[in-house]
Design a protein around this ligand. Structure first.
Ligand code: UDP
Ligand code: MG
Length: 328
């Protein structure tokens, strides 16, 4: 494991996706401005990606950018979602390394100096690993715990457990992510997939102090499904396997029915028939549905629509013109 510093970080991009965060932004500003002097010798830029906010957040971001040239704003034409917003931030980032964090200060910026230290020691990816997580429901804690462990076991063995998108990435890792053309992006999975030297920093995830979570259960579910289906055809294989089991079972039932028939026993059979038909019918529909999900994904990908559309940028002159939409 590398520990002695062998490089010095010269510039850092902080990437923050923002969606209806008017209550959190003033606290975020205070906290970042307080921390800024601790990044001595590092040229820091902040990239706020406004993901189609409908509150007063965009005005706050614009006013902040007007006062501080290190603050840059990318405004989407509508709400595209958290993962496209993070992708846009990475696309615009000009730093030698980039850190992704939430606008609500749940990912404490005071952890960033430690991330930088590990980057300087030679790591390409330093992800924040949640030691504790306050303010979340028992359901969210339990489902997240199970999700990461199942993902590692069945889908993506390198996916770090209990880590969200709060991470530092080196320029070469950012470039790899930027070169990935897919629309359905599970960024933390893609970062793990990219490889390089990766390590964790433990931190306590705080409660959200202002506003509400922008990740309702439905969005979490779709993110989880994206995570599974982007990295594995396991669900298709699983239903295939189930189908095979039912086929074998069906053969056994046929054999039994034949023996009954030849031995002259009349089999009432109605309930078992109905039962079997229902189970097999359900399984067939379920299988077709899962295959349909993959076909749907292929459909989304082949359309090659942009991942996001940028309406305007602030303090990003020269960089914006090349990247108005989220495609190479
Ligand atoms: N976010 C976004 N677009 C969305 C939803 C969320 O840019 O469609 C941003 C949000 O403003 C926040 C980050 O993504 O900065 C994470 O969202 P949130 O804190 O609501 O998620 P949670 O921490 O509850 O999982
Ligand atoms: Mg949050």
């Amino acid at each position: 494991m590398p520990d002695a510093p062998f490089r010095k970080l010269s510039s850092l991009s902080l990437i923050i996706p923002v969606f209806n965060e008017e209550e959190s932004l003033p606290a975020l500003r205070t906290e970042l401005e307080r921390l800024l002097p601790s990044f001595t010798g590092v040229d820091v830029e902040l990239i706020l990606v406004d993901d189609g906010s409908t509150d007063a957040g965009p005005d706050y971001c614009a006013a902040w950018a007007a006062e501080a040239p290190w603050v840059k704003v990318v405004t989407f034409s509508r709400n595209f979602g958290h993962q496209p917003a993070v992708s846009a931030g990475l696309r615009y980032a000009g730093g030698e390394a980039a850190v992704i964090l939430d606008a609500d200060l749940q990912d404490p910026p005071e952890v960033i100096p430690e991330m930088i230290r590990l980057y300087e020691a030679g790591y390409d990816v330093v992800y924040g690993r949640r030691r504790s997580r306050s303010g979340e429901s028992r359901f969210k804690l339990a489902s997240a715990w199970l999700f990461y462990r199942l993902m590692r076991r069945c889908v993506h063995k390198d996916l770090p457990v209990d880590a969200g998108d709060f991470r530092l990435m080196s320029r070469r890792c950012v470039d790899v992510l930027n070169a990935m053309p897919e629309v359905h992006r599970f960024m933390r999975g893609l970062a793990a997939w990219a490889g390089f030297r990766q390590t964790a920093v433990l931190y306590d995830r705080k409660e959200r102090l202002y506003g509400e979570s922008k990740y309702p259960l439905s969005k979490m579910f779709f993110l989880a499904w994206d995570a599974i289906s982007s990295f594995s055809a396991l669900p298709v294989r699983a239903v295939n396997f189930m189908g095979l089991c039912f086929l074998l079972f069906g053969f056994a039932v046929c054999l039994y029915a034949l023996v009954q028939h030849l031995s002259g026993h009349t089999v009432p059979g109605w309930s078992s028939l109905v039962g079997l038909m229902t189970v097999i019918g359900g399984l067939t529909i379920c299988s077709v549905g899962i295959i349909g999900e993959y076909v749907g994904k292929i459909y989304e990908e082949v359309k090659r629509r942009p991942l996001f559309i940028v309406e305007k940028t602030l303090n990003l002159d020269g960089r914006g013109a090349k990247k108005p939409v989220g495609r190479q």
